[in-house]
Ligand binder design. Structure first.
Ligand code: NAP
Length: 246
């Protein structure tokens, strides 16, 4: 049976890498791929142009800002106007902040937690009835949720919560045998990292066994491998190049 796949924040960086690799590795199995993004139409257009015409025809974009309940509701209304089932749900949306803890406001804390934790949690709850038997849910976590290296306390806290959801939610899907996991990348070369200084990169690279940032393709390959595996469940899989080995 062909798959209906949903990915949030799929037009840049890791999300785009997953979309491209889904078509490269799983193309024949895809019935429709719903790709969410929040703001930038051009990035969606660029992604569409990079796909073959046959693949592009199977993509439906859903523009919705997934940082609050209104955005979540809008996304769900759009998605469910197109489909009554989901096979693979990939929850890739995540935001961070580099503000120091001392300067946090309630508003900032709540925005990161709502975007990274609350909206994905309720997306899973609302789509639960539509998940097909033997479906898959994959969260995008972060090594920052496992190890307190991050300069961003709220980001690390949110990703730790994401990992906890990935480890715990499967019990709510026992009747449908849906596998739920997370990928926890280390430092990945995406627009997220564009403002990092050379000094910061060198300091980080010295701590990575691979001595470089990872690529979106390397994270995508792990994500798809987990999605295709029926016996990986409740697990957080790291893709860090070997962080903090030095
Ligand atoms: N890069 C890393 O080093 C790294 C490491 C560990 C984990 N991660 C995680 O990987 C995920 C993707 O990160 P990335 O590095 O690929 O980022 P990225 O290249 O900066 O892309 C971010 C994506 O998120 C979308 N987005 C941002 N705010 C949104 C919102 N409110 N609603 C819907 N979509 C929104 C953006 O689309 P619009 O601009 O159109 O909104 C864009 O498609 C995140 O969960 C992040 O925490 C990244």
């Amino acid at each position: 049976m062909k798959k209906t796949i949903v990915i949030t924040s799929g037009t840049s960086g890791i999300g785009r890498g997953i979309v491209e690799q889904l078509f490269q590795t799983t193309g024949d199995e895809i019935e429709r791929l719903f790709v969410n993004y929040g703001h930038h139409d051009q990035a969606a257009q660029d992604l569409l142009s990079s796909l073959s015409p046959a693949d592009a025809q199977r993509v439906t974009f859903i523009k919705s800002d997934m940082s609050d309940e209104a955005g979540l509701t809008h996304f769900l209304e759009e998605l469910l106007s197109y489909t009554d089932h989901v096979d693979w749900l990939i929850l890739n949306t995540g935001i961070g902040t580099y503000l120091p803890f001392e300067q946090y406001t309630f508003e900032l804390w709540n925005k990161v937690m709502t975007t990274n934790v609350t909206v994905p949690a309720f997306l899973v709850q609302k789509l639960r009835p539509y998940m097909r038997e033997n479906g898959k849910i994959l969260f995008m976590g972060s090594h920052a949720g496992n190890v307190p290296y991050s300069s961003s306390l709220v980001y690390g806290t949110s990703k730790a919560a994401v990992h906890f959801m990935a480890r715990s939610l499967m019990k709510y899907f026992d009747d449908k045998h849906v596998c739920i996991n997370a990928v926890a990348p280390g430092f990945i070369e995406t627009p997220w990292q564009k403002d990092r200084t050379d000094e910061s990169r060198q300091r980080i690279n010295a701590k990575i066994a691979a001595h470089r940032f990872g690529t979106p393709q390397e994270v995508a390959a792990m994500a798809i491998s987990i999605l295709k595996n029926n016996y990986v469940n409740g697990t957080v899989v790291e893709v860090t190049g070997g962080y903090d080995y030095f």
